[in-house]
Design a protein around this ligand. Structure first.
Ligand SMILES: Cc1cc2nc3c(=O)[nH]c(=O)nc-3n(C[C@H](O)[C@H](O)[C@H](O)COP(=O)(O)O)c2cc1C
Length: 213
C-alpha cells in the first residue's frame, strides 16, 4: 500500500510562470488563470478550500464554491451559523486555496473575511434553484442531525409551507467576501523546481516576490 503511494510521482512540465508575463495585480492574474481553467473544462474550477481558525487557534478546512470575484475580493455563500461561520465570527483571518491539477497550478489567497451586504445576498439567493433555496432553510449546517429521514421530513414540511410562495433568504444564510492581502501563484515545474510568485499588499500597491520552490 505505502510503496504504491510512494510510487505515485509526476513531473510537472506544462508551463512556467515568470515576472515578465505576470499581470499587474493578483485579481487580473487570478482572472487570467481562472479563464484558462474554465477553457480547459476542469471539473468545478471554482471549487476552493477555505481554511478558518477557531477562537482557540485550531484550524479547519472545507471546500466551498467561488461565486463572484468583485473589485474587492472573492465571494462565496454559506450558512452563517455553521462551524465555519462561527469560526469566522471569532477570527476574520482566513485562507483560500485553489488546486487545478490538470494545469499543474495552485493559488493561495490569504486575507480578511467579511459578510457581503444583505441586499447582495438576497440577489444571489433569488437566483438559486428552488431546491437549493429550500435546502438552505432545511439545513442547520454543521449541527448534529438525528437521521437522514429527519432532514427529509423537514424538507417536505418546507415544500408545503412554500408551495405557492417565493422563498425568502434565511437570515442565517448569505455571502462572504475574502479581501486578499497576499496571493501566491504556483506553477509546477520539472524536478520540483516550481515557479512561485507572491503578491503582497504594500500600502495601496501590490509587491511581487519570487519564493524558493
Ligand atoms: C465541491 C464542493 C462544493 C461545496 N460548496 C459549498 C459552498 O459553496 N458553501 C457551503 O457552505 N458549503 C459548500 N460545500 C460543503 C462544505 O465543504 C462543508 O461541508 C460545509 O460548508 C460545512 O462546513 P463547516 O461545518 O466547516 O462549516 C461544498 C463541498 C464540496 C465538496
Amino acid at each position: 500500500m505505502f510503496s504504491e503511494i510512494q510510487g505515485l510521482r509526476k513531473e510537472y512540465r506544462q508551463a512556467s510562470l515568470n515576472e515578465a508575463e505576470l499581470q499587474a495585480d493578483p485579481f487580473l492574474q487570478f482572472k487570467y488563470w481562472f479563464e484558462q481553467a474554465v477553457s480547459a473544462q476542469l471539473p468545478e474550477p471554482n471549487a476552493m478550500i477555505l481554511s478558518t481558525v477557531s477562537a482557540s487557534g485550531a484550524p479547519s478546512s472545507r471546500t466551498v464554491l467561488l461565486k463572484e470575484l468583485d473589485s474587492q475580493g472573492f465571494v462565496f455563500f454559506s450558512n452563517y451559523a455553521s462551524r465555519k461561520g462561527r469560526e469566522i465570527a471569532a477570527n476574520q483571518q482566513v485562507c483560500l486555496l485553489f488546486y487545478w491539477a490538470e494545469l499543474e497550478r495552485q493559488v493561495r489567497i490569504e486575507g480578511q473575511i467579511e459578510k457581503i451586504s444583505g441586499a447582495d445576498s438576497d440577489t444571489y439567493f433569488a437566483s438559486r434553484p428552488r431546491g437549493s433555496q429550500l435546502g438552505a432553510w432545511a439545513s442547520m449546517q454543521s449541527e448534529h442531525l438525528a437521521s437522514r429521514e429527519a432532514l427529509e421530513q423537514t424538507l417536505q414540511a418546507l415544500e408545503q409551507e412554500y408551495a405557492d410562495k417565493a422563498i425568502p433568504r434565511p437570515p442565517h444564510w448569505g455571502g462572504y467576501r475574502v479581501i486578499p492581502n497576499a496571493v501566491e501563484f504556483w506553477q509546477g515545474r520539472p524536478s520540483r523546481l516550481h515557479d512561485r510568485l507572491l503578491f503582497q499588499i504594500d500600502g495601496q500597491a501590490w509587491r511581487v516576490t519570487r519564493l524558493f520552490p
